[in-house]
Design a protein around this ligand. Sequence first.
Ligand SMILES: C[S@@+](CC[C@H](N)C(=O)[O-])C[C@H]1O[C@@H](n2cnc3c(N)ncnc32)[C@H](O)[C@@H]1O
Ligand SMILES: C[S@@+](CC[C@H](N)C(=O)[O-])C[C@H]1O[C@@H](n2cnc3c(N)ncnc32)[C@H](O)[C@@H]1O
Ligand code: SF4
Length: 456
Amino acid sequence: MIKLTCRAAGRVLCPGLRCFSGGEVTEHASGWIQSPHLTEQASLYVHWPYCLRRCSYCNFNKYIPKKNNDHIMTKCLQWETDTLLQLSQVSCITSVFFGGGTPSLTHPSTIAAILETLSKRMSLSDEAEITLEVNPTPAGMSKLDDFVRAGVNRFSIGVQSLQDEDLKSLGRDHSSQEALKTIEEARRLCPGRVSVDIMFGRPKQTVESWEKELSELLRICDDHVSLYQLTLERGTQLFKQVQCGEVTVPAEDVTAEMYQCARKTLQQHGFLQYEVSNFARHNSVSHHNMSYWRGKQYIGVGPGAHGRFVPLGEGGVFREARTQTLEPDVWIREVQQRGHGTRRRIQLSRLELLQEVLVMGMRKTRGISHKHWELFSPEMGLCEIFGASMDVQQLVQSGQLILDDRGLCCSWDGLALLDSILPTLLVELERQILQKPHRDHSVFTDGQTKKTSNPQ
Ligand SMILES: C[S@@+](CC[C@H](N)C(=O)[O-])C[C@H]1O[C@@H](n2cnc3c(N)ncnc32)[C@H](O)[C@@H]1O
Ligand SMILES: C[S@@+](CC[C@H](N)C(=O)[O-])C[C@H]1O[C@@H](n2cnc3c(N)ncnc32)[C@H](O)[C@@H]1O
Ligand code: SF4
């Protein structure tokens, strides 16, 4: 069963990450047929696992390299890309995202090589969004034009804060001035396609200082902003500092105010909020992240990457949740031995898939349209599932939820409370789906719906 670990205003991460990682998806599956038109396209995520140092708050899958592994890592990323693309039923990749870790540490030829592997195997349209995450250090900035030559057409810059003191205490290796320069250079190279990540709820931050910082950011940013509420992650240095009282973070009501004030300020500057943490103007939404929130297929390559796609063979109808081996050296060995480092494959049952579509879709301000839901659940519409529930009705009456002829979505106030709304929706979804078994259940035998523990 899904465990809700994402905070609404928080690190709404890219999908798959927190919400559905590890044992949080049940390891049983029941018969479910995937419509062919949902299987032919996918986005591609490529994970570069290395960083120069550890930021105090970060528990992403990243490692400080003991030696230079760039050459072998590049070869293995190419190899795994090729293997997983072949294993899928995909014929077209719609977007690529190079994340990490710090993918801007790579040589631009690594990016070019992976994109070339991809284009040899299948089509990648000229308009496909190709994002690279960039740490705004002078070294990162100096390579931006080479990254563009390698095929990148969107940059996501990890600014995190514009306060030098905060950057230092968070363990970042850049200054606010360097961040501003990197944004300027990225905008020159990819006008309209530069995003910035900034975190709020940081130690010592006040609503007033956050407002000032946001105005400064708005003066220099491009058309996309991701706002993440700082999450205290177990095992990080920041977590320990807060536990022992060495550092304090703002109280929950203060971070809630920061979130609301940022939403209003961004709106006043022409940004449309399109997801809990994401804001865009001039239609510059992130296509890659949108594909996650729309429950589309994605292929995850590299140590610790996640994917969701229907593999070829074995009936070829079940979407799988795949996780690649976390540790880079082990992952490299596995790729060298068998062409990929998939550590876990779990076939998603119909209920599990609908849970993902619900949780991801409700993060969007527009929520889930009837038409979209129908793609995944042709037999049971949103009204049939949620319309008669007293608990859902209560959320509608209190103004947090909207269920109308367009579909299901959160109101402005409801979006900030998404984490408390989702459990009600998930309980109702489970009740309804289990009450009305899918007619395709009978088509499959147990053998076709089992969890696969031996990755291939
Ligand atoms: C995993 S980082 C990778 C990008 C790049 N290495 C960087 O640091 O900018 C992606 C984003 O996750 C967000 N993030 C990482 N740890 C977080 C935390 N503990 N709470 C909230 N957001 C976090 C940051 O905003 C960061 O830009
Ligand atoms: C926090 S999001 C930031 C996106 C950014 N705000 C943007 O709009 O482009 C990116 C991070 O999520 C993680 N991520 C995204 N997709 C992933 C996947 N399929 N598997 C593993 N990690 C993923 C990576 O750590 C990546 O650095
Ligand atoms: S926040 Fe980014 S740079 Fe810092 S340790 Fe995490 S992945 Fe590396």
